[in-house]
Design a binder for this molecule. Sequence first.
Ligand code: GLA
Length: 393
Amino acid sequence: MAGMTIAETVRAKFYERYGRHARVYRAPGRVNLIGEHTDYNQGFVMPAAIGLYCWLAIAARADRRLNVYSSNFCESVSVDLGDNRVTRRGDWSDYVVGTARALEQNGYALSGADVLVHGEVPIGSGLSSSAAIEVSTGYGLLDISGAKINLVQLALACRQAENEFVGARVGIMDQFISANGQSGHALMLDCRSLQAQPLPLPPDVRVVVCNTGVKHQLAGGEYNVRRGQCEEGVRLLSSALPGIQALRDVTPDHLEQYKHLLPDVIYRRCRHVVTENDRVQRAAEALLKGDLATLGVLMAGSHRSLRDAYEVSCSELDQMVEIADAQPGVIGSRMTGGGFGGCAISLVRGEVSEAFKSAVAEEYESHTHLHPDIYVLSATEGVHAVSVGNFPA
Ligand code: GLA
């Protein structure tokens, strides 16, 4: 399908498969500039949506069947939307089926649909391919069902799908930004109130994503262990700080004062979260003032804390950050997303971004013998319908 746009290609592939025309939607992946592992502690995050998308071609059916084909995996699944016995399969389809289920549980009456998904967010790389598939599916299903779409409610339903159907106890950040991203902006999100403040990124600054090539897996495993450790910290600290509901309510000073109540590993997990919340708020102030030097220092502090106190980095991420930080024109670098592999991000002056890309790729490869994919990106808007050729969205 040479010469066609991605939107045209997914629509044509849909036609080939189902013999009818589809509407096309896309939802973006994301980076997080700062504020890692704070969302499920009701704290602050600063994500931006990026121009790597999950594309969805969809057409309503007269019945309640949901037929889904993944062009990445060349596999299809088919479920009945009214069948409550459907359970997770442990693959890509869980994000689609789980989102449909969560929307129905929240009172939306969905129409059956034929669906084709095509993801371009690299899987397991910390750029939220899962939120992109959930949000594009949820938006498309609601739109073809004639529902009024509230983007915050959509994000919450998608998180519910991931928590309850997929089994990863993730916070709200990824689904929120994939639904609500704004072009040219990061969002400073308060994960307790869900109030978001758009923060303009300087037009001459690029977000460079450096994929270590080490894949991570969030469902179960270490991610859920970290979340449990934070909850344990709150439980232990609440004997001295009654009324706290989450680590969001604990200041760095309080944590030091009541450190003796916590086993060392729990203390270090809590220290990361409370200091990270503080860094996000200072980073937002710095960005608003155009103080990029301070932003860079805070990003470096975030990475160190994730590496040493929260222990979710890995040697490849640490090397990538070290290599990136040594390049001319870099403002700041850190791992982004859940960790245990995946991507580092750097904020880089636009005029040096191509030189940055080739220098980092070469050095990383020579140190690790892994070939990194590197993307120079800008902040984009959240989920939306896409017009295709003569076919309006
Ligand atoms: C994953 C989760 C998010 C968030 C990050 C870490 O991306 O999906 O909810 O917890 O990890 O900040």
